[in-house]
Design a protein around this ligand. Structure first.
Ligand code: FAS
Ligand code: PHB
Length: 389
């Protein structure tokens, strides 16, 4: 079997890349080791930057997002028992779109099927070969039958635990990592959101986030210890703890209900350089991970594949390697700025173990400065809505 680009992974990065390349007349095959339903069952990101919205429009798959998504002009920061609004639209002229990653993935899967582009789900043992040559190959097995795909390029969109990043020789790859000493316990509930916009809360007991998926489905998070398990958190215990970390109005008006999903996610900052080796290109979580505090993970996957699709499109249309030779440097420039913002917001909003009262006062002082300084609010807003591609 042969194709132009093999895409490993049918998450947002792989599927969006597939659609962008299809529009450029580039043939792809997507290989995914999980089932379609398993991929759709993962509850992850919730906030799309305008750049990501524009890419979904570019591939003709933005209709349901515009119909069902929730445009947000701002967000609220809660500290010292009070909420303060950051107005993205006033500060930057731009907004964000609240539309779950599950729905983005569903729209992209449906779009790929509609154009008849092949996806192999439950592909086992995906392995990359000869990536340093002009004739890379990918092998896998499906229902016990072995397959090989010859291709021009491989896009490693297989997330943090996929096979693509490890395929780059150790001596070539340089990684940077910061593991945070806490996690996020998140729940999904069929309850109306407590507020029209997201609320990020810094409390002495720990961070909390009030988000949503629609006007009837809410997504809440509280910071938790890394040694905690979901089963230790009954719904009642979760709601009580969340209320303790919110302002009085939110705590008294929040509508609680049974969780329909509950999970703990660890937090890390991670970047692998370079994002290209030979005919292999990394995009999305295979190359970088950010703590979800800044809502950047999914959106970085989008900017990576925007750059990569342009580069590969130029290779095939203009027979030029300039774009693919520049891809890693171009993508990493935006990645590192988003990693910094996510690290900054995580340090500002969370309670770190073994910190002193002075450290909490420093966080509150920075938040107090932030919400009373136009310059500081503009800086936070332009990073949150997404820096230019
Ligand atoms: P993904 O991990 O989404 O997709 C990779 C795909 O590759 C998966 O479908 C996987 O099954 C597949 N794969 C892996 N190994 C393979 C193999 N050997 N062969 C074939 N396929 C393979 N981001 C935010 O912005 N906000 C959030 O709130 C947020 N919450 C998150 C919560 C959790 C628990 C996690 C893990 C991540 C969260 N993220 C969040 C980040 C997340 O949204 C990612 O940034 C986003 O999924 C990146 O998309 P991809 O790069 O496509 O990676
Ligand atoms: C979410 O809705 O899941 C979400 C929103 C904003 C974040 C993180 C997660 O910063």
């Amino acid at each position: 079997m042969r194709t132009q680009v093999v895409i490993i992974g049918s998450g947002p990065a792989g599927l969006l890349l597939g659609q962008l390349l299809h529009r450029r007349g580039v043939d792809t095959i997507v290989l995914e080791n999980r089932s379609r339903d398993y991929v759709l069952g993962r509850i992850r990101a919730g906030v799309l930057e305008q750049g990501t919205v524009a890419l979904l429009d570019e591939v003709g798959l933005g209709a349901r997002m515009h119909r069902e998504g929730l445009p947000h002009d701002g967000t609220e920061l809660c500290f010292d028992g009070r909420r303060h609004r950051i107005d993205f639209k006033e500060q930057t002229g731009t907004t964000v779109m609240v539309y779950g990653q599950t729905e983005v993935t569903r729209d992209l899967m449906d779009g790929r099927a509609a154009v008849g582009a092949p996806t192999v789900y439950e592909a086992d043992g995906v392995a990359l070969h000869d990536i340093a040559t002009d004739h890379p190959r990918v092998t896998y097995s499906k229902d016990g039958v072995s397959h090989e795909i010859q291709c021009d390029f491989i896009a490693g969109c297989d997330g943090f635990h996929g096979p693509s990043r490890p395929a780059i020789p150790v001596g070539v790859l340089k990684t940077y990592e910061r593991v945070y000493p806490f996690g996020w316990l998140g729940i999904l509930s069929e309850t109306p959101p407590v507020s029209d916009e997201l609320i990020y809360a810094n409390h002495e007991r720990g961070f909390a986030l009030c988000s949503m998926r629609s006007k009837t489905r809410s997504r809440y998070y509280i910071q938790c210890r890394l040694d905690e398990k979901e089963e230790e958190w009954s719904d009642g215990r979760f709601w009580d703890e969340l209320k303790r970390r919110l302002d009085e109005k939110a705590a008294s008006t929040i509508v609680t209900g049974p969780s329909i999903e509950k999970s703990i996610a660890p937090l890390r900052s991670f970047v692998a350089e370079p994002m290209r080796f030979g005919r292999l290109f990394l995009a999305g979580d295979s190359a970088h991970i950010v703590p979800p505090t800044g809502a950047k993970g999914l959106n970085l996957a989008a900017s990576d594949v925007h750059y990569l699709a342009n580069a590969l499109g130029e290779y095939y249309s203009a027979k030029s390697s300039a774009g693919i030779d520049h891809y890693s440097q171009q993508a990493l420039s935006r990645v590192w700025k988003a990693v910094r913002f996510s690290w900054w917001m995580t340090n500002l909003m969370h309670r770190f173990p073994n910190t002193e009262p002075f450290d909490y006062k420093m966080q509150v002082a920075e938040l107090d400065y932030l919400v009373h300084s136009k310059a500081a609010m503009t800086s936070m807003a332009e990073n949150y809505v997404g820096l230019p591609f």
